[in-house]
Design a protein around this ligand. Structure first.
Ligand code: SAH
Length: 565
């Protein structure tokens, strides 16, 4: 919950705008301002104070305890010009909150945390547990001192401006190493602890067993991603409580699944009890990976039989491939989600002209694999193999990366061993449609006239089908130097089924600096004005030009007749 506090009339007006924009996220604290701040500070994860920074500093100072638990505090000035991240920039989320508040109120976010201001990811914002001298290593990164990245345990990290070697080190490991001075240790969630137990096992017995197994194998508890067991033990109180105490989820698998996992130490007892020859080892290894601690049993002080078993595996790293559409060209048609993916990727793969389009957004340390036209398969393969090695990869394409673009060759290469996220982009047909008016108001198709991957006979058959079905058609890749007859032929196929007066919209470089467009008709369209930076949209039998705009009626019965005149 975000607590909102104001004192003046102007502040209260701004507060109410924010409360109206985020009804479920915010709570208004009224009455005596100091009391309201105190209550909100105790109850909320974030505070937005429509008050002077000085006043807020004095009020929250006695309330501060720890930057990991204190709420983030944002101040908005009387004129609503600035949203100042005052406290808890990273841990409290105030930097992000200042940005969001700024977006709602039209205020400029003011961020003074050094890493954010320099476009570096804060080492405490990577979503991984961190140990060591965060302040010293962050400072070294900011000052441009050489910081080395030592990866024992790969993980899809965001880009970091690291050097081959340096006095400072960022280490990614699940090994139980103590950070040296000038070192930060990141703990990727790479370990899975399989647990088996007989009924009535105590939480202490499970926890002691798991802790000893990790410690003796030299593994960090902070890298444990989950406890895993068999379905029949999903409610076993001692296991549930142990997972809770370790702060990790408990994952349960069906016995049939576990029975199929090859393990070094199967035994008869669990087979009889729960239907799989191994619980601990099989549950640890269910997603593959490497067994680091084979099955071991708990030790009971009174010498009675052990009630718990555990085994530890390192699961295979899952890299992340984001397939990101950049939109048609204009920066403000690039979605915030796309920007976040571009900035979170340590490897960027794309056509060189698209890379240039967004290079300014990349964070320092991003590895860029740019290639020229035509190297599609190679780009797809490079992106997937980088993700397989455990990196966070962004594969970019113009418009939507899934429309006549990189998503299909990439996903044809990708297995289920990597995570894939798609970020949709505004495709050329939509960008052009917005320029032309409302040509896509009823059923429509896109057809690429490129015969690079598709024989012309197939393309022509599809155009004919669209013509016969009275669909609005948008042609992508309409015409290039070696291929100047296709568009003429495609238009002729449509003309055989539609009136010569059917509107045709030609849009070149939609949303880019040199955008141009032309509204003409099937009878009059001149294919020579069309090139590869253009899309051509042909209306259906109801499409009209109205006030210079191309309009396809929705065709429903409630449509007023004057619109379809
Ligand atoms: N993935 C892209 C399409 C790639 S195919 C998308 O979703 O938009 C390349 C073709 O798209 C070009 O030949 C052209 O026909 C069209 N195109 C891409 N961007 C365009 C733009 N800004 N304006 C007009 N046409 C564009």
């Amino acid at each position: 919950m975000i607590g909102l506090i104001s004192a003046t009339a102007a502040g209260t007006a701004a507060r109410d705008r924010l409360a109206a924009a985020w009804p479920d996220r915010t709570r208004v604290y009224k009455g005596d301002v100091a009391g309201a701040v105190r209550t909100a500070f105790a109850e909320c994860e974030g505070l937005v104070c429509f008050l002077a920074t000085g006043a807020v500093v004095r009020m929250v100072a006695p309330l501060l305890s720890d930057k990991r638990s204190d709420p983030g505090v944002v101040c908005v000035d009387e004129a609503g010009r600035f949203a100042v991240s005052l406290l808890g920039g990273h841990g409290g989320g105030a930097n992000a909150l200042a940005g969001e508040v700024g977006a709602v109120l039209g205020a400029e976010p003011v961020i003074t945390t050094a890493t954010d201001a320099a476009g570096l990811p804060g080492l405490d914002t990577l979503g991984l547990p961190v140990e060591g001298d965060l302040a010293a290593v962050s400072r070294a990164l900011l000052d441009g001192e050489p910081v080395a990245l030592a990866v024992d345990t790969p993980w899809p990290l965001p880009p970091l401006p690291v050097a081959e070697a340096g006095e400072y080190t960022i280490r990614s490991t699940d090994r139980l190493v103590r950070p040296t001075a000038r070192e930060v240790v990141l703990r990727p969630p790479s370990l899975v602890v399989g647990v088996g137990a007989s009924r009535g096992v105590s939480e202490d017995e499970v926890t002691a067993l798991v802790e000893a197994a990790l410690r003796e194998a030299g593994l960090a508890a902070a890298s444990v991603a989950a406890l895993a067991t068999v379905d029949a033990k999903a409610d076993e109180a001692g296991i549930v409580a142990a997972a809770e105490r370790m702060g990790v989820p408990l994952v349960a698998h069906p016995a049939e699944t576990l029975a199929r996992v090859a393990v070094p130490n199967p035994s008869r007892a669990p087979l009889a009890a729960v239907g799989t020859p191994s619980v601990a080892e099989a549950a640890a290894l269910v997603d593959g990976g490497e067994l680091l601690v084979p099955k071991r049993r708990s030790v009971r002080a009174d010498g009675s039989p052990a009630r718990a078993t555990c085994a530890v595996a390192r699961r295979p790293v899952r890299g992340r491939l984001a397939v990101v559409g950049l939109g048609p060209g204009a920066r403000d048609l690039l979605t915030p989600r796309a920007v976040a993916e571009l900035r979170g990727a340590s490897v960027l793969v794309g056509l060189d002209q698209y890379v240039d389009q967004i290079r300014d957004l990349l964070r320092p340390g991003t590895r860029v694999l740019a290639s020229g036209l035509g190297a599609e398969e190679e780009r797809a393969r490079a992106a997937v193999s980088e993700a397989r090695r455990g990196h966070a990869v962004a594969l970019i394409g113009s418009g939507d990366a899934g429309v006549y673009a990189m998503a299909s060759p990439a996903l044809a290469e990708a297995g289920d061993d990597i995570d894939v996220v798609g970020v949709p982009g505004v495709t050329a047909a939509l960008a052009a449609s917005a320029v032309l008016g409302a040509p896509l108001g009823h059923d429509h198709v896109s057809v690429s006239l490129s015969d690079l991957h598709t024989p012309w006979e197939v393309i022509e058959r599809r155009v004919r089908a669209a013509a016969e079905s009275d669909l609005v058609v948008t042609f992508y890749n309409p015409r290039s130097r070696g291929r100047d007859r296709h568009l003429t032929r495609a238009l002729a196929v449509l003309a055989a089924h539609r009136a010569p007066t059917t509107p045709v919209g030609v849009v070149r470089n939609a949303s880019r600096a040199d955008e141009s467009s032309l509204l003409t008709t099937l009878a009059e369209v001149d294919p020579t004005v069309v090139d590869m930076l253009t899309v051509v949209t042909v209306g259906n039998s109801a499409t009209r030009e109205i006030a210079g705009r191309m309009v396809t009626p929705r065709g429903y019965r409630w449509q007023r007749p004057e619109v379809t005149r």
